[in-house]
Design a protein around this ligand. Structure first.
Ligand SMILES: NC(=O)c1ccc[n+]([C@@H]2O[C@H](COP(=O)([O-])OP(=O)(O)OC[C@H]3O[C@@H](n4cnc5c(N)ncnc54)[C@H](O)[C@@H]3O)[C@@H](O)[C@H]2O)c1
Ligand SMILES: O=C(O)C[C@H](O)C(=O)O
Ligand SMILES: [Mg+2]
Length: 611
């Protein structure tokens, strides 16, 4: 009697749940939601899974009774258990090589990610400073290098050169109804590690984890994507375990045809999704940016996100000298690296200088930059100079420093220019060596700034120890990957800032999404950079602190600045139930509040209605 009643009620539930909204669509609705899965299907779905925290009512009504140990744990107990096991892993691996420890930490976090997204994202949000070096640079680089061996289950989508003509239907294989944020790579320049082919998928995954943690993008609405167009990495092509296409990279029109088809497919299914291009080699980074930026809501993080972060750092270096911001136009800046990131930074820094009062004396011809690539100083004598780089090549005018010839070495340039800032985006570890840093000591700045922005840690142009030792205690240091602060004695600290695009891309993506902008304009990017630059107080700057820790607070500010810029440029079309007029009527504070309120926060929601 009891059994048949139970069977009947479970049939009714099943019938009811078949008309319930699909996973994802319902999850964003506040209040109790009815899950359409049962039993093991729920336990194996990281979005719904609560492990031992399923209350008895849910265990009864979702067919979970008997599938879990009887004791019901609280979320707080589960949280504590995870953190304890993470800490004991740290204790047990003390003294082991860094890479072994880092991969072990990545595995334990990744397993939680695969099992229980609510708990995963909560520990990530609460411990972002500790966990960012694991899910993001530098460990993510190690994960990409070892991806084929570490592979257990797929995450995200893979479009390959073999899928030509199929992408429009493939895009519908993704189970979520709605996608807001996509990060895509072709794996051709993964951090400073070069061409890693399909193994580069770790980068979009890591970037989207930062989106969830720092920008509150709902993890059901993010999509990491790998465009596998082959690889030119011989080692990978010969590796029996390699999981990507075993063919050389597509080039020219063939390459663009694949990316075009992918972008059309994404746009057809999710016209409002923001697409972030990540770690494309320079030629394709620039080409795809020009090709798509006015047609789709997209940006290139390495070119545009990095530029904003570097600009904020450069302006911070001016403030640290106790000078007014417009003095930026007089700063001498040496940049090692004329690739997608270096040129992106130079363009934005130049634009910022041209907007400053007093620059009219020389306008576009005003060149405060000395740029080097793998062949040394770039001058107008360089043959076959790319037009993007030519704008910064040194000439032969009266303002030029004598004897600084084409191809001059970094140390020669630093000795003769005595720059205020030395910035590295070369992807070559250690090139800011003792000789170069000792030359920086003679800088014309009372606070010489050294930005070693290449990733991962092994590719940093120098370390903070080197800088505070050879340049001096007044130096300012920032790096792309995290380093610890340095004790300078007498209670003084040498701050190891992290200058990484992770301060900006979450706010750019979230702001673009909430504004509903058709595309991401220079004005929106500039607003993001200016917001970051003004975030740090004068007191912090004086100490040598240039950047805040990554947090939802800074993302809300940057996101709001992006929304407001989109509104003022008449690009905003609004998002969900908030239209452009409502966005336009919000004050600055109201916009920040609106952006913050739109952020998803991980809590276990009821899976059965109590009615
Ligand atoms: N911190 C951040 O937020 C951030 C953002 C983007 C890129 N990056 C890092 O910047 C590095 C470069 O990225 P990219 O996309 O510009 O790469 P890229 O391959 O497009 O450019 C590298 C540039 O460095 C030059 N170079 C090589 N050896 C050099 C040397 N010895 N001296 C001076 N220049 C040299 C190359 O000629 C080229 O111009 C990577 O390590 C990447 O991880 C950091
Ligand atoms: O991924 C990072 O840490 C920063 C940047 O996007 C890079 O390519 O190095
Ligand atoms: Mg990148």
């Amino acid at each position: 009697m009891w059994r048949s009643a139970a069977r009947r009620s479970s049939q009714i539930r099943r019938l009811l749940s078949s008309s319930a909204p699909p996973a994802g669509a319902g999850a964003a609705v506040p209040g109790p939601c009815i899950v359409h899965k049962r039993g093991n299907d729920i336990l194996h779905d990281p979005w719904y899974n609560k492990d031992t925290a399923f209350p008895m009512t849910e265990r009864d009504r979702l067919g979970l009774r008997g599938l879990l140990p009887p004791r019901v744990m609280s979320f707080e107990q589960q949280y504590e258990r995870f953190i304890n096991s993470y800490r004991s892993l740290e204790n047990n691996t003390r003294g082991e090589p860094d890479s072994i420890v880092a991969l072990a930490k990545w595995r334990i976090l990744n397993r939680l990610h695969d099992r229980n997204e609510t708990l995963y994202y909560r520990v990530l949000i609460d411990n972002i400073k500790d966990f960012a070096p694991i899910i993001y640079t530098p460990t993510v680089g190690l994960v990409c290098e070892n991806y084929s061996g570490l592979f257990r289950r797929p995450r995200g989508m893979y479009f390959s050169a073999k899928d030509k003509g199929e992408m429009m239907s493939m895009i519908y294989n993704w189970p979520a109804e709605k996608v807001d944020m996509i990060v895509v790579t072709d794996g051709s320049r993964i951090l400073g590690l070069g061409d890693l082919g399909v193994q580069g998928i770790g980068i979009p995954i890591g970037k989207l984890d930062v989106y969830v943690a720092a920008a509150g993008i709902n993890p059901q609405k993010v999509l990491p994507i790998m465009l596998d167009v082959g690889t030119n990495n011989e080692k990978l092509l010969e590796d029996k375990l390699y999981l990507g296409l075993r063919q050389p990279r597509l080039e020219g029109e063939e390459y663009l045809a694949v990316v075009d088809e992918f972008m059309e497919a994404v746009h057809a299914r999710w016209p409002k999704a923001v697409v972030q291009f990540e770690d494309f080699q320079m030629k394709w980074a620039f080409e795809t940016l020009q090709r798509y930026r006015n047609r789709f809501c997209m940006f290139n993080d390495d070119v545009q996100g990095t530029a904003g972060v570097a600009l904020a750092g450069l302006l911070g270096a001016v403030r640290a000298q106790g000078r007014p911001l417009q003095d930026f136009t007089n700063q001498k800046i040496v940049v090692a690296g004329a690739g997608s990131a270096g040129i992106g930074v130079l363009n934005m820094a130049k634009q910022a200088m041209l907007r400053m009062p007093g620059i009219h004396r020389t306008g576009e011809g005003h060149n405060q930059f000395w740029v080097l690539d793998k062949d040394g100083l770039i001058t107008k004598d360089r043959e076959g100079l790319d037009s993007a780089v030519a704008r910064f090549a040194r000439g032969h005018g009266p303002d030029e420093i004598p004897d600084l010839h084409e191809g001059a070495s970094l140390v020669e340039v630093v000795k003769k220019v005595k720059p205020h800032v030395l910035l590295g985006l070369s992807g070559v570890g250690g090139i800011f060596n003792e000789e170069v840093l000792k030359a920086m000591k003679e800088s014309d700045s009372p606070r010489p700034a050294v930005f070693a922005m290449s990733n991962p840690t092994t590719k940093a142009e120098c370390t903070p120890d080197d800088v505070f030792k050879h340049v001096g205690e007044n130096a300012i240091f920032a790096s792309g990957s995290p380093f610890g602060n340095i004790s300078l004695g007498n209670g003084k600290t040498g701050y190891a800032n992290q200058a990484n695009n992770m301060y900006l891309f979450p706010g750019i993506g979230l702001g673009a999404l909430l504004s509903g902008a058709r595309h991401i304009s220079d004005g929106m990017l500039q607003a993001a950079a200016e917001c970051l630059a003004s975030y740090i107080t004068d007191n912090e700057i004086r100490k040598g602190i240039l950047f805040p820790s990554v947090s939802r607070h800074i993302t809300a500010q940057v996101g709001a600045a992006v929304v407001r810029a989109a509104v003022s440029e008449d690009l905003a079309e609004g998002c969900c139930d908030v239209g452009p007029r409502e966005l336009a009527s919000m004050s600055e504070l109201e916009t920040v509040d609106y952006v913050a309120r739109k952020m998803w926060y991980p809590v276990y929601s009821p899976l059965v209605s109590d009615k």
